[in-house]
Design a protein around this ligand. Structure first.
Ligand code: SF4
Length: 422
């Protein structure tokens, strides 16, 4: 059930903290019941349900595999590079635009190498055109979203990595719907190509006259639908395609790519060994296990300290500063003592290795899942900064999509839009 559908709760018992008494709202005391597996542990879906596989696409293949596939289709291998150029540089899959390919084989070649992967169902434009939220339907009807945002000097795309999500976080509409399936490498990459196409067509507004940055997606955040590290191989293959120089890939900088997780510790360790300097973000949302067990059910497998240890190891191995994402939820996780506890845990692991990004949750008035008051947000940030932890309250623009890694409430809206256009 989306957060917005919950009945307004009665406020719970105040708890005593280091400051004045503050209300403590907890999912369990407000009617949230954690689904359990056969062993009585919180239900988490790590394996993707078996469904028809998406068509194999050029972006799923290595450059060598692309050449082999083109030859299989009866054409010389160099055609693979031409196709890659069209796709990764001109952002097109339309045979009509590929006049350098032999006319009589063009349709067959493009059909075999660049099969359609997703249909645009709907787009919402906000922030005077600076933000576009896309809803895509995949080949089997599954729905996913991506969000394109222009900032001064950069263009960020928030991508989905799974249709649905198996992590079951109570505040997340995506998580409540469960995991439909893992997305393929090409489906992840296609979101970027389609966004680049929209930008090239002048569909993203807001470019300032003195902004001379390149007109294409420069930054990726894996904070759309899904838990990226639960779809590890395809996500990493997609990252490799993103950073591969054109025309074999999108030629992006690894540093502009943020891979986030709610805390799949073994996968964080694996990521640290990849030797690709992506930015790593841990969606923590609570500094104490008691609350995090409810808020992020994967905490039942890997506790706050284990996740923070793995994040610290990521920094040690890669030299890349880690981001801690913290959605501030009114009276749930926004208490001053929780900021102090977070600072204590981060400082206990050294200095200079981490940055905290609190972000006010998308306000859902009358629900337990609503945004912290401004003075509470500021106090939370101040305490962390005073403790020596660089902390920046995130741009509210990201709020609707990045309160966590799943878009809040978007799923039901999306399903309705998809139903209208099906
Ligand atoms: S918040 Fe992220 S990990 Fe949790 S259920 Fe939603 S999409 Fe999955």
């Amino acid at each position: 059930m989306p957060a917005s559908d919950k009945t307004p709760p009665a406020r719970s018992t105040p708890v005593r903290t280091t400051g004045p008494a503050r209300t403590q709202v907890r999912p369990a005391t407000e009617g949230w019941t954690q689904k359990k597996d056969a062993e009585g542990r919180p239900l988490l879906q790590f394996a993707s349900p078996k469904r028809g596989k998406p068509p194999v696409h050029l972006a799923d293949m290595t450059p060598e595999e692309r050449i082999a596939k083109v030859k299989e289709l009866g054409l010389p291998g160099f055609r693979a590079k031409q196709l890659s150029t069209h796709y990764f540089t001109h952002y097109t899959s339309d045979p009509a635009h590929m006049t350098d390919l032999p006319a009589e084989q063009r349709e067959e070649l493009v059909g075999g190498m660049l099969p359609p992967l997703m249909t645009e169902v709907r787009r919402l434009t906000t922030d005077r055109g600076d933000t576009i939220k896309f809803l895509w339907r995949l080949h089997d009807g599954a729905l996913v979203e991506s969000v394109l945002m222009r900032y001064p000097g950069r263009i960020t795309l928030c991508v989905s990595s799974q249709a649905g999500c198996g992590m079951n976080c109570p505040f997340c509409a995506t998580g409540q719907a469960g995991l439909t399936r893992n997305m393929s490498t090409a489906e992840i990459v296609e979101q970027i190509v389609r966004a680049n196409r929209a930008i090239a067509n002048g569909e993203l507004g807001g470019k300032k006259r003195d902004d001379h940055s390149m007109e294409r997606v420069s930054n990726i955040v894996f904070m759309g639908m899904g838990e990226p590290l639960a779809n590890y191989k395809r996500v990493m293959d997609a990252v490799r395609v993103m950073v591969a120089p054109q025309p074999n890939g999108l030629g992006m900088s690894a540093r502009g790519i943020t891979v986030s997780t709610v805390g799949l510790v073994p996968a964080i360790r694996k990521l640290a060994d990849e030797n690709i300097p992506v930015t790593f973000a841990l969606s923590l949302h609570a500094s104490d296990d008691q609350l995090r067990d409810e808020l992020i059910p994967v905490n039942s497998r890997w506790k706050v300290d284990e996740a923070l240890d793995a994040a610290r190891e990521y920094f040690e191995k890669t030299g890349r500063r880690v981001s801690i994402e913290y959605a501030l939820i009114k009276d749930m996780n926004d208490h001053a003592w929780r900021a102090d506890l977070l600072a204590e845990k981060l400082n206990a692991r050294g200095r200079g290795w981490v940055h905290v990004n609190p972000i006010p949750l998308n306000p859902t008035p009358g629900s337990i899942w609503t945004s912290s008051d401004i003075d509470v947000q500021n106090e939370f940030v101040r305490r962390l900064n005073d403790a020596g932890i660089p902390t920046t309250l995130r741009d509210p623009r990201g709020k609707e999509i990045a309160g966590a890694c799943g878009p809040l409430v978007a799923t039901t809206e999306g399903a309705a839009a998809a139903a209208r256009t099906a």
